[in-house]
Write a protein that binds this ligand. Structure first.
Ligand code: HAM
Length: 432
């Protein structure tokens, strides 16, 4: 229980305590591996960007820009905590003239994002995304391979009940035609729309299509179909995507109602849902798509682009990875204050061999030290008392096998290293 006046974290922004962060590290390591397998390299951009970047890139009439951004003024700068990673990635791509350096850039990122949404399971105000952006590849093969990559990654995490939803919203001209067809269709039914959708009618009628409000769902019956408005090049792209997904053996559904909440998309958009029993309505694990105009809109050359982002908290709920049980490999237990400094020296030698060690520095009974060693998951306890010091030995206790023996102090580190390596218990560099 928290004391009534104790300071608490901001609503919707959560601590990740060490027992949980081991699970985060596993998912992040699996993501880094999946990205490396596909030739992506890591991008790290600032958490704070100029507000106008998001207004321009994400779109003025989106929920994010209208009501979810954490924006503030600092002296004469208007700044925003990033609500998503694509705008910053494109800003960096243009700012550093990356198109001069390579024809195709494949970037991935892991990091905090901020949106002032109503918190619920799987939806937070500070959340982490694992995302990726590809610049310079216009073909549908790029879209298909990206979707397949995500399906493989989610399978590797053991996430059940995956559903891949894809749609095409066409390129600029198609979107404009579709937008005006939707506007004309909904204007006639304006009074039957929800208040939000009545407002969206003028600013962003596409968003009415994915409203969850029952009044809007009813009003959508018979609405124009995006696929009727695709031009030949859009259609060829969408057909190509489907053929390649078939060839890759990816099961998918075409969802003509899928529109996504950000304004920058062109042609392919997709979402993958999963583990609905655990996530409920917020079961969208990842969303993404093509945004072939953004690089140019932000001052770069015309460059096709595609990307996605997955919510890490949702991946954790969906996959329930095991935490790292063992915190250290070995525990050094000085018995009596005279052995303390010898214990510290021994612990340092063990760590130099790559063995994770906690050495007791608090003092206490042997029983309490062994309890601590067990709680840390140590395989071996190295006990050092006055008797051991006098005889030039260390007592090794194998916590798994319960055997106990004295070994020469000079050989202790090598013996422990060999035993841990032989039992496979030595800590790995890579937490996954
Ligand atoms: P998004 O659909 O806004 O797309 O977010 C992507 C994913 O981030 C969602 O599917 C969800 O898993 C997670 N997510 C979003 N909001 C929250 C939240 N409040 N709490 C927890 N998780 C959340 C984008 O952000 C685009 N930048 C994706 C993209 C990259 N498109 C092209 N490139």
């Amino acid at each position: 229980m928290t004391a009534p006046h104790a300071l608490q974290a901001v609503k919707g922004m959560n601590d990740v305590l060490p027992a949980e962060s081991a699970k985060w590290a596993r998912v992040e390591a699996a993501y880094r591996r999946a990205m490396a397998l596909h030739g992506f390299r890591e991008l790290r951009t600032p958490i704070v960007e100029p507000t106008k970047l998001f207004v321009r890139a994400v779109g003025e009439a989106t929920d994010i820009v209208e009501k979810e951004m954490y924006s503030f003024r600092h002296h004469d700068e208007e700044l925003t905590l990033r609500p998503e990673g694509t705008a910053g990635a494109v800003r960096a791509y243009v700012e550093h003239g990356v198109h001069h350096q390579e024809p195709v850039s494949r970037w991935y990122y892991l990091g905090w994002m901020f949106r002032a949404e109503q918190p619920q399971r799987g939806r937070y105000r500070q959340f982490a995304q694992a995302g990726a952006e590809i610049f310079g590849d216009a073909g549908p093969g790029c879209d298909a391979e990206t979707i397949a990559l995500l399906v493989d990654f989610f399978h590797a995490l053991g996430i059940p009940d995956l559903r891949v939803l894809v749609n095409s919203i066409g390129s600029g001209a198609t979107r404009a035609r579709f937008r005006s067809a939707l506007h004309d269709f909904f204007v006639a039914k304006k009074s039957s729309l929800s208040e939000d959708s009545q407002r969206r009618l003028e600013t962003n009628p596409l968003r009415i299509l994915d409203s969850k409000d029952p009044r809007d769902r009813k009003a959508c019956e018979g609405a124009p179909h995006i696929h009727e408005h695709l031009d030949d090049a859009d259609k060829a792209h969408f057909d190509g995507l489907q053929k390649m997904l078939d060839a890759l053996g990816v099961t998918y559904e075409i969802d003509p109602r899928l529109v996504r909440g950000l304004d920058y998309y062109t042609r392919t958009i997709f979402e993958i849902k999963g583990a609905t029993q655990k996530l409920g309505a917020g079961d969208t694990l990842v969303g993404g798509g093509r945004y072939d105009n953004m690089v140019e809109e932000l001052g770069g050359p015309k460059t096709p682009a595609l990307g996605f982002a997955a919510g890490i908290e949702r991946l954790l709920i969906a996959s329930e990875p095991q935490g790292d049980e063992a915190i250290v490999d070995a525990f050094v237990a000085p018995i009596g204050s005279a052995s303390q400094m010898h214990a510290l020296v021994l612990a340092r030698e063990l760590r130099a061999r790559g063995i994770a060690v906690e050495a007791d520095t608090r003092g206490g009974s042997l029983k309490s030290l062994l309890r601590r060693a067990n709680a840390l998951g140590a395989r071996v306890v190295l006990m050092l008392g006055e008797g051991e010091l006098a005889r030039g030995v260390v007592t090794l206790k194998d916590l798994a096998g319960h055997a106990q023996e004295e070994v020469p102090r000079a050989d202790a580190v090598a013996i422990v290293a060999d035993r841990l390596a032989a039992s496979g218990a030595i800590r790995r560099e890579d937490p996954a």
